[in-house]
Design a protein around this ligand. Structure first.
Ligand SMILES: NC(=O)c1ccc[n+]([C@@H]2O[C@H](COP(=O)([O-])OP(=O)(O)OC[C@H]3O[C@@H](n4cnc5c(N)ncnc54)[C@H](OP(=O)(O)O)[C@@H]3O)[C@@H](O)[C@H]2O)c1
Length: 238
């Protein structure tokens, strides 16, 4: 039995998820790297070929049966950190105020809000068996209800991320006595496909390499306070 810490990460085939895999793998952790479509995961598979401590498997966080199957595959595995990274912006036009397409709303909420909560519930036995007992969700600065100066943009994405913040905060209260630590971490504006789809017209603030390194430090230092923490270490107001 190896005593490497174990992390399970969702949405690893590109963007921040791929970078999390690369940096945890380089640290020597055992990385269970998941993605919903392994046919579109060439870079991830190349990482797994480079690092024997990385395994790759299929997991769609918008599909309860897929989550259950992944948890069953790992029955008895202790997971130190569950990292809910997978996320969806949703079609920008379909969440404009004069459209507000309901099926897009359902999809964004299912993946961004219900997905992390369902992952946490289903993998709780694995996390309770781990030494670190951390459940971390990647949120967004756009989740802040206090900071709503930009009008008319990305209704569904912002609602879904505010929702997942609440889900994680309530879950921290629920699981506090069992020693679980919940992280709600915002990566900053990073040039990924999701960021480009957002079309905010602003330049990225930080590279994926720097953002992920900073977020990993916050995961290392997690407490049971469950605040929203930006990669810089600043608190994002609720
Ligand atoms: N980039 C930023 O500026 C920024 C800012 C704030 C927060 N975030 C958050 O950071 C996280 C990562 O996003 P990113 O910027 O790296 O964007 P990205 O490059 O678009 O990556 C998103 C990842 O999530 C996966 N995903 C989407 N739906 C999924 C599902 N149902 N099941 C499993 N995986 C799914 C995608 O897989 P597919 O390839 O199959 O679609 C992809 O791997 C997200 O939670 C996002 O909201 C990003």
């Amino acid at each position: 039995m190896s005593d490497r810490p174990v992390i399970l990460i969702t949405g690893c085939n590109r963007g921040l998820g791929l970078e999390f895999v690369a940096q945890y793998a380089a640290r020597g952790w055992r990385v269970i790297a998941t993605a919903r479509n392994l046919d579109d995961a060439a870079e991830l598979l190349a990482l797994a070929a480079k690092y024997p401590n990385v395994s790759v498997e299929s997991l769609d966080v918008g599909d309860g049966a897929s989550i259950d199957a992944a948890a069953a595959r790992h029955a008895g595995t202790a997971i130190d950190v569950l990292l809910n990274n997978a996320g969806l912006l949703g079609d920008r036009e379909k969440q404009a105020f004069d459209v507000l397409d309901y099926s897009t709303f359902e999809e964004v909420m299912r993946v961004n809000t219900y997905g992390p909560l369902a992952m946490a519930k289903t993998f709780l036995p694995h996390v309770l068996a781990g030494a670190q007992k951390k459940i971390v969700t990647i949120t967004s600065g756009l989740s802040s209800i206090t900071n709503t100066r930009q009008v008319g943009r990305l209704f569904f994405y912002r609602i879904s991320k505010a929702g997942v913040n609440m889900a994680m905060r309530v879950m921290q209260a629920e699981l506090r006595e069992r020693g679980i630590k919940v992280g709600i971490l915002a990566p900053g504006m990073v040039d990924t496909r999701l960021f480009r789809q957002g079309g905010g017209g602003m330049p990225a603030a930080v590279s994926a390499t720097q953002s992920v390194a900073a977020v990993m430090k916050h995961i290392d230092e997690l407490t049971q306070d469950a605040e929203i923490i930006l990669y810089t270490g600043e608190k994002v107001p609720w």
